[in-house]
Design a protein around this ligand. Structure first.
Ligand code: ZN
Ligand code: MN
Length: 482
């Protein structure tokens, strides 16, 4: 174990999935031609006034609740004053003295381990214009601005600096992102800039009380590169300290190509944002009735779903991740389990096996199809009771997924019920013996493999519907006679 330990904090900016921007009526849309979704408000013209979009407030509140935050009874906006070309009005409407949520936590899972990271605050602000450098229409060395992004509702989630390793940072972000996606507040698409990660890391001797000097890392385009950047930065700082050097407080950029962090060229000045309460927007009262109504829309947290699947359904970690989130699997499974008497593991086997194969082949999500949890449970019940065999169950399943309905009705309509009638099967077994003298001789000589030819004959004649146990009993009976 290293004599040094890391202290990591994360700030994540998340674009909210509203139809309109946060303080004007322009569309909140990704990918439109540059500067086509703008108006005097989001362009920052003098004399314009912001009006808060209630949907943005609601989604940010929902996120704060999903992260287990305390919700203040009143919240308001503050001006963060600075000049940068992507913010022509000279200030960002943000929250500083106030927030939408405080003191939350995100539970994360990591294989069989669970942990939690404290969330200091969640607040709502406006996104700024996008600086464009790398499009074909931008001349070398120039920067253009796209104001379609200016005014998109942006939520900032600040963790407490309590994360101990790059891996824990990644597990926290996986859980945070899934929480926000499940809550329906954002798609959290990193490639579209809807989930933007800044992190800071300091290093100290394990037994030291004081934290080390903090280094910020920006430009992290994926969870993988964030983890790699933190690992690189941890090693760099440890090496520096072991060599008797000192870590300088600075902002670093992560270079994907070299997999290294390097200092930004910008001069490091501690910004003074001269925050003050935004005079153009009234404070917002978050009444208990409103907060409770938003809270009621939330489902179980991702880590709780994972835990329920691991412990209640005997899933592997990979199966749990697959079932916890993909297109309604979790709710489907819980509903099916409620009306199924057999082992829950059987439901999981069919869901991750045959059902998923069918869905993939159809390019469909489970909650888009016609299979109901009750029909799925009934189908497995018929299989357990020996009314149908596995090939028939597969056939009926495909039918249920295409056309819906009840399995018993499908089986009756298509004449797929299992044949357990011993007299009928015995006739077929005797024909199998007559048609396969070599297999009969081999089986008599103790070659068990020869049995497959006899069983196969009967299955072919019954289109796979013969009860295998009855077939085997009758093979033994007829064999005794020969
Ligand atoms: Zn606008
Ligand atoms: Mn911010």
């Amino acid at each position: 174990m290293s004599a040094y330990e890391a202290t990591i904090g994360l700030e994540v900016h998340v674009q909210l999935k509203t139809r309109a921007k946060v303080f004007c009526g322009c569309a909140n849309e990704f990918g439109a031609p540059p500067n086509t979704l703008t108006c005097p408000v989001c362009l920052g013209h003098p004399g314009t006034l912001p009006v808060l979009n209630g949907d943005a407030l609601r989604l940010a509140l929902k996120a704060a609740l999903a992260l287990g935050c305390e919700i203040p009874p009143t919240t308001w906006f503050d001006r963060k004053n600075y000049f940068y070309p992507d913010l022509p009005k000279g200030f960002q409407i943000s929250q500083h003295f106030s927030a939408l949520g405080l003191n939350g936590a995100v539970e994360y899972w990591d294989e069989d381990n669970y942990g939690a990271v404290a969330v200091e605050r969640v607040h709502l602000e406006e996104d700024v214009a996008r600086a464009v450098h790398d499009e074909p229409y931008v001349r070398a060395g120039e920067t253009l601005l796209d104001f379609n992004r200016a005014g998109v509702p942006l939520m900032e989630v600040v963790s407490r600096p309590v994360i101990r390793s790059p891996r824990e940072a990644r597990r926290y972000l996986v859980a945070l992102r899934q929480t926000l996606v499940e809550a329906g507040v954002s798609d959290c698409d990193l490639e579209k800039g809807a989930f933007r990660i800044d992190t800071n890391i300091s290093v100290k001797k394990r037994d030291a009380a004081a934290l080390g000097e903090q280094v910020e890392i920006k430009n992290l385009n994926s969870l993988r590169s964030m983890e790699a950047a933190l690992e690189f930065e941890f090693a760099r700082q440890v090496k520096l300290l072991e060599g008797g050097g000192a870590v300088v407080r600075q902002t670093m950029l992560y270079d994907e190509a070299t997999a290294e962090t390097r200092p930004t060229r910008a001069k490091e000045v501690r910004a003074d944002y001269r925050y003050f309460a935004e005079p153009d927007l009234p404070a917002v009262e978050l009444t208990p009735g409103y907060v409770d109504a938003v809270r009621a829309e939330l489902g179980p947290a991702p880590a709780a779903r994972i835990r329920a699947l691991r412990e209640g359904y005997e899933t592997t970690p990979a199966e749990a991740e697959m079932l916890a989130f993909a297109g309604g699997h979790y709710d489907f499974l819980a509903a099916a389990a409620a009306s199924y008497a057999g082992p829950r593991r059987a439901l999981v086997n069919w869901l991750v096996g045959d059902v998923t194969r069918e869905l993939n082949a159809r390019g469909q999500a489970l909650n888009e199809g016609k299979l109901t949890p009750a029909a799925f449970a009934a189908l497995l019940g018929l299989l357990d009771a020996g009314e149908i065999n596995v090939p028939t169950a597969r056939e009926v399943l495909a039918d249920l997924m295409t056309a819906g309905g009840e399995p018993a009705a499908v089986i009756a309509a298509r004449g797929l019920g299992q044949v357990s009638d011993a007299e009928a099967i015995e006739v077929l077994v005797r024909r199998a013996f007559a048609a396969n003298p070599k297999a009969v001789a081999d089986l008599k000589a103790g070659k068990e493999k020869a049995r497959a030819a006899l069983v196969g004959f009967v299955m072919k004649e019954t289109r796979g519907r013969a009860n295998p146990a009855v077939v085997n009993d009758l093979i033994a009976k007829v064999m005794n006679e020969t």
